[in-house]
Design a protein around this ligand. Structure first.
Ligand code: FAD
Ligand code: SIN
Length: 532
């Protein structure tokens, strides 16, 4: 298959970019591929909303910039922060024009919620299902774009570069080019090649590297892993954000239902097992301190009291108001026997967001030519060491636009490379036992959760790297001898992502933002991005 613009991923980043390039270049073909169904994305699960300054009477760009920089703990790229905050409002207007419905009050003004680390109410939302509403509106808009083709159930295996033409490509090769991708078509079970003039990686996050995560099953860090295999540069992978308040359900260790931070924004109070509102002992901003601080405080309370969770107290809320703003959370809690006005909600931190990723410049360009990245898989410099709540949907919109500008400026000078060989599956056969793959996946998640969680130290990191090395070796052998399956590909990618997180964590000899190492509890004077 051949296309002009190839978009890998159908979340907010991929869809908004695709809509824009398709409109600007009606004679060009735009192909979006997604590994399951189009709406199964991290985007769909976003709850709290999108942080944006569009009420200049009560808020200011400077305040949003300041909040982002404070949360990022000294590691944000200030130019990028300014770009995202100031260009954000126009981008949000665009998704409204594409049909996204944000909640309004009786006077017809947008409702604006508050979340941790924000000095003002600036989170636009659609009840507690903002991402679902955005995804719905964007997929609807895609249906009306005649030059966009959307291919579900196509799993991208690898990025095609000069390496596939027989050239030696290493981390020091300066002119690596992307010619397209190899894709496992899950309907035919064949690996096909898709040649593209320009490719965008919008593959989302990697929460599945951990045992408990708010992320859906698709979040296996595929984009980052394949980009790293293609010898591209990734950075700051050690900054894994744990959301402080995922619903704790005994016996459920996998996907954790999120209790949005907006609940604390509306007055929810964290209490330990003894009923104490403990956050005031940790930070003057209490329950609305930035996420790294709240998650660490909860972790510390759980360890101190030997419990698996703390509580979020909403008993003082007016039921009608709660149901109005958080209908999804209300009914989820009720479904497991918790009436939020009578009982406290058991919550615990869960892996939530990857702040690092594929290193890009301010136009979303990566270290590989004709290959852009945006959304959660990218590291633009916005988040620094800890993402400010609800800044990620905004970042995806702003950078999708910037990738679109740069890509459409260059597309006419580019040609397809017709020399690319077909995928070679010779010598491989069906894996004899799937248990080898599923068991290794559990091991990766265990290693990452037990040794590379909210609090780290050198001994744990060394253990993690040794275990991941072994898993890598075993999986590589399996990969070379087996026909590929999504399970095997995801395992391979999660091991790579795990390795990158541990490697970054090992090289960062300090505690900053989300990376807390008890062997180096202080922030270093040397402010550096860790590039791998
Ligand atoms: P995604 O939306 O995750 O899309 C990834 C796409 O890539 C999918 O289509 C997937 O199929 C595709 N893909 C991945 N690998 C492959 C492959 N190998 N081959 C083919 N396709 C592939 N952020 C906020 O700003 N505000 C919030 O309120 C908020 N709430 C959140 C709540 C939850 C529960 C979660 C999990 C996240 C939340 N976030 C929030 C974070 C935010 O939702 C994500 O960072 C953002 O949606 C990521 O968008 P994306 O387009 O980069 O990727
Ligand atoms: C939430 O709603 O608490 C999640 C917001 C985010 O991850 O930005």
């Amino acid at each position: 298959m051949q296309t002009d613009f190839l978009v890998i991923g159908s979340g907010i980043a991929g869809l908004t970019y695709a809509l824009k390039v398709a409109e600007k270049c009606p004679d060009k073909k735009v192909t979006i591929i997604t590994k399951t169904t189009a709406d199964e994305t991290n985007t769909k699960y976003a709850q709290g909303g999108i942080a944006v300054v569009n009420d200049l009477e009560n808020d200011s760009y400077d305040k949003h910039i300041e909040d982002t920089l404070i949360s990022g703990d000294g590691l944000c790229n200030e130019q990028v922060v300014e770009i995202v905050v100031t260009e954000g409002p126009e981008r949000v207007d665009e998704i409204i024009a594409w049909g996204t419905d944000f909640d309004k009050n009786a006077e017809g003004d947008y409702k604006r919620g508050k979340e941790g680390g924000h000095s003002e109410n600036r989170i636009m939302h659609h009840k507690d299902v903002t991402g679902k509403e955005i995804e719905r509106a964007l997929l609807k808009a895609i249906e009306n774009a005649p030059n966009i083709e959307l291919l579900n159930h196509c799993f991208v295996v690898d990025i095609i570069t000069q390496h596939h033409l027989g050239y030696l490509v290493t981390k020091s090769t300066t002119n690596i080019e992307s010619f397209g991708v190899y894709v496992l078509n899950l309907r035919s079970n064949q690996i096909e090649k898709i040649l593209a003039k320009i490719t965008l990686l919008a593959t989302g996050g990697n929460g599945q590297a951990y045992r408990t995560t708010t992320n859906p099953a698709i979040a296996t860090g595929d984009g980052v892993a394949m980009f790293y295999r293609a010898k591209g540069k990734v950075e700051n992978m050690e900054f894994i954000q744990f959301h402080p308040t995922a619903l704790f359900e005994p016996g459920n260790r996998g996907h954790a239902f999120l209790i949005t931070e907006a609940v604390r924004g509306d007055g929810g109070i964290l209490r330990n097992i003894h009923g104490e509102a403990f956050m005031e002992r940790y930070d003057t901003r209490k329950d609305l301190a930035p996420r790294d601080i709240v998650a660490r405080a909860i972790d510390s309370e759980m360890k101190r009291n030997g419990t698996e969770h703390v509580f979020l107290d909403c008993r003082h809320f007016d039921r009608e108001n709660f149901v109005e703003h958080f209908p999804n959370i209300y009914s989820k809690c009720l479904s497991i026997g918790i009436d939020i006005t009578q009982q406290m909600i058991p919550v615990a931190p869960a892996a939530h967001y990857s702040c690092g990723g594929i290193k890009t410049d301010e136009w979303g360009r990566t270290s590989i030519q004709h290959l852009y990245a945006c959304g959660e898989c990218a590291s633009t410099g916005l988040h620094g060491a800890n993402r400010l709540a609800s800044n990620s949907l905004l970042e995806a919109l702003v950078f999708a636009h910037r990738c679109f500008i740069d890509a459409t400026n260059t597309i006419n000078n580019l040609h397809l490379n017709e020399q690319i060989p077909d995928w070679n599956a010779q010598g491989t056969s069906e894996p004899r036992e799937m248990i080898l793959i599923t068991q290794s996946l559990k091991e990766v998640q265990m290693v990452m959760s037990d040794y590379v969680g909210i609090v780290r130290n050198d001994i744990r990191l060394q253990r993690a790297i040794r275990r991941l090395d072994l898993l890598f070796e075993e999986t590589q052998q399996l990969y070379q001898s087996s026909t590929v399956s999504p399970q095997l590909l995801e395992l391979r990618n999660l091991i790579t992502v795990g390795y990158l997180v541990v490697k970054g964590a090992t090289l960062r000899k300090e505690s900053r933002g989300l990376h807390y190492n008890t062997d180096y509890p202080e922030k270093s004077n040397l402010v550096q991005n860790i590039i791998l």
